[in-house]
Design a protein around this ligand. Structure first.
Ligand code: ATP
Ligand code: MG
Length: 256
């Protein structure tokens, strides 16, 4: 990793870029992953690079779904493996969910590199290497493990593609996504839409699980029952607008 000074005003964002580039060099992230990260950064800038209250609400609802699930799966792609391997492993450990590697630009070599990378970061069993079922899509994200995503009741898909999100919802799974674009097909299709950076969202979810784990099933169900996903998406858009307005006014620019 290069010597980015800690006091650089955009330190976190620059380190994140370095991690994606390291992921490409390690053969776990695709070059297209750089473009996806850039799009995410733009939306993170609009929302003020923070976890909004409604995103935290979505993260709690997501944790409640995972804790109540029979077979919860956390889907891992090349970007999340490069950015947050420790957090993925920590969330799997604390919730009891399984990790499954699932790639849009799939090659067996890359799947196995990611599995090894997760294991080097403390993961036990990691699914995704078998690829013994297809979801009925024309691209490679359709390839899943029968014991994993195929039979899961709840799937957490950080940085999902819209097509597959739709397919998983059609299969009547509870689909939780993390996507900084509140209007992507993914965000508009999922059951629980977390509009937050994966680098913040997963850590928050680990913390929330520690708080919520000892709660009763009824209290977890109550979190789910009071959750309103349309409201959360609407609040993400409002938060972006307010953030831009405040920034403009700070600089003396009139908000029309
Ligand atoms: P969709 O397929 O859902 O319509 P898309 O085609 O616009 O979305 P993809 O390229 O499939 O987008 O996936 C990238 C998505 O992931 C973008 O919506 C981007 O905002 C989001 N994203 C990228 N990096 C991050 C990150 N670090 N944290 C959260 N979201 C991110
Ligand atoms: Mg897409």
């Amino acid at each position: 990793m290069t010597g980015i000074p800690r006091d650089h005003p955009r330190y976190e964002s620059l380190i994140t870029r370095e991690k994606i580039i390291d992921g490409i060099h390690m053969g776990i992230t695709s070059q297209q992953g750089l473009v996806a990260q850039g799009r995410g950064e733009a939306f993170d800038y609009l929302i003020g690079e923070r976890t909004t209250e409604s995103a935290a609400f979505a993260e709690r609802a997501a944790v409640a779904h995972i804790l109540l699930a029979k077979n919860p799966i956390i889907s891992v792609n090349g970007n999340t493996a490069a950015l947050v391997p420790e957090s993925l492993v920590a969330l799997a450990d604390v919730t009891g969910a399984m990790l499954e590697v699932n790639l849009f630009h799939r090659s067996d070599a890359r799947v196995h590199k990611i599995i090894e990378h997760l294991k080097a970061n403390g993961a036990g069993k990691v699914l995704g290497g078998k690829g013994d079922k297809r979801l009925g899509l024309s691209h490679d994200r359709a390839i899943v493990d029968e014991e994993g995503i195929f039979s899961a009741d709840v799937v957490l898909v950080p940085l999902e593609d819209g097509d597959r999100c739709q397919k998983l919802v059609e299969m009547e799974k509870t689909v939780i996504t993390i996507d900084l674009n509140p209007l992507s097909r993914t965000s508009l299709t999922s059951t629980v839409t977390i509009v937050d950076n994966v680098t913040r969202a997963l850590n928050n979810m680990v913390q929330f699980t520690e708080d919520m784990k000892s709660g009763s099933k009824n209290s977890l169900q109550a979190v789910i029952d009071t959750y309103d996903n349309d409201r959360v998406i609407s609040d993400a858009l409002y938060s972006m607008q307010e953030h831009l307005k405040n920034k403009a006014e700070e600089k003396g620019i009139t908000w029309i």
